[in-house]
Design a protein around this ligand. Sequence first.
Ligand code: COA
Length: 397
Amino acid sequence: MSDQEQFVMAEQADRGGAPAVYVVGVGMTQFGKQPDRTPEDLGREAVWAALQDAAIDPRKIEAAYCGHVYQGMAVGQRVMAQVGLAGIPVTNVENVCSSGATAIHGGYLAIRAGECDVVLALGVECLTGRFRGALAPEEGDFEALQGMTMPSIYAMRARRHMETYGTTAEQLARVSVKNKRNASLNPYAQFKKAVTLEEVMASRPIAEPLKLMECSPVSDGAAAVVLMSERAVRALAARKPTRLAAVALLSGTYEPGLTDMAFEPLTWRTAQVAYARAGVGPEDIGFAEVHDCFSSAEVLRVEGLGLVPRGEYPRFVEAGHADIGGKLPINPSGGLLGKGHPLGATGVAQVVELVRQLRGEAGPRQIDGAKAGLAHCRGGKAAGIEGAACTIAILTA
Ligand code: COA
């Protein structure tokens, strides 16, 4: 690690004495193909559900942060106006797939800084009316314009993992089997049908070795959470709060020349900040929601987080250790592969799942004795840097 990286990490981790942050309300819409619904309509439903779950007077909300990628100007204000909360400070954030998680990061920082006691973070995205097939690259991204789109990047990374660690195509496909099985237990998920290994392997090739069922779909949806400081919890909270022990956000460093395609330094670096802030290590994490935009992505993320040693996650999945009921359940919600991936809403929906699990409200997906969970998002790419944004939240019961 360079001196500059060490400095950034020390600065990010050292915030002793700042107010503790809690999640007191969560809500989300159905994820899936909903081309007739608008961002305002989806956002309103998610925000209202979170406010009802928190059981507080909506007028207690002091500020809102809204994550989205393609929803145009002032989408956060458009949603807040729908729920009667016009007039408060609203910040719209775009950080590709980490947009929703970056909204939570904004709310977390506002409370940690002592500026606010009650903050709403939401994420919203309507994609199916806009895209068919792979998401269109930005015009300035010369790598993407030459073919480095999301499916091709994760296919190359899958190949490198296969070459380096002997991972098989079947082992990768098992990630999708697991996540779609979990999604079949989640009423909010886009895909409600479990699939077999044979069905995944027989699905249409997208970018070899990745098949259609190993790609997250294009989705519409919204999610929201209500965050509170400790003193607001004491004064206002109607239900048991869940501690938001840490949120970390980093962006990719310059990436000259060939890189290690089988490992994610950005995920690893962000995890070090999150663990330091939360005062925990990977051994304390009982389950995780990770950014499985492709089957190979889940492998890179779990290994990058240090939850499983490098090169071993595909065999870990094959042995059933990442299942609900296994040693370390990964993506109990169904993940992006099963629940769907409305970009801006994804990071918020991950925290919704963590809270439901930590409260013991996850129904048939419930993980026994869940005490500490981690949510990981990694947003997009930009030519010349390792990744656009990486966000990690750690929650404790
Ligand atoms: N599992 C199961 N079925 C899937 C699926 C999946 N992961 N993805 C799509 N489908 C289904 C669709 O529901 C659709 O079924 P329908 O016709 O009954 O509605 C069918 O397959 C075709 O879907 P469609 O979206 O039209 O496929 P496509 O060929 O246009 O696009 C991908 C497929 C994989 C290229 C596209 O979904 C994609 O690019 N996904 C990744 C998105 C992404 O990059 N997100 C950001 C990552 S960081």
